[in-house]
Design a protein around this ligand. Sequence first.
Ligand SMILES: [Zn+2]
Ligand SMILES: [Zn+2]
Length: 145
Amino acid sequence: MSTTALSSFAIDLACRCGAARLRVAGEPVAQLYCHCDDCRAAHAAAYVAAAIYPAAAVTAHGGALAATVVRATPRMRCAACATHLFSELAAPGLRSVNAFLLPAGAFRPQIHVQCQHAVLPVRDALPHFKGFPPGFGGTDERVAW
Ligand SMILES: [Zn+2]
Ligand SMILES: [Zn+2]
């Protein structure tokens, strides 16, 4: 029963200009802040907010998308306004959706990852993993902040 409920739950997301549309189905497997150098370069930001979904749960359904690689991670942007939509994670079968596209209140961050690369440490009550946590092929090692 819960599987049916999850698969029928979907949110439609749009880029900043409205041309590119995404649909995400079900709950994210994780919501996090990433401090890696790849995300920082791709977003021109100190860190990014991301909602991680199974790849099959993230589908484009409108507008032209542009595939880009800034450093190593394949990413998709709106071809018209260049809003970052999602990236393909090194862990197979996962997509990292730009959490700024989520409806208000839907982003509920649980962890910080790749804190070893941080240029702007965020001192909050969430766990601060040095790299990726165990569930994403990393370790439980944390940073001091
Ligand atoms: Zn756009
Ligand atoms: Zn990252």
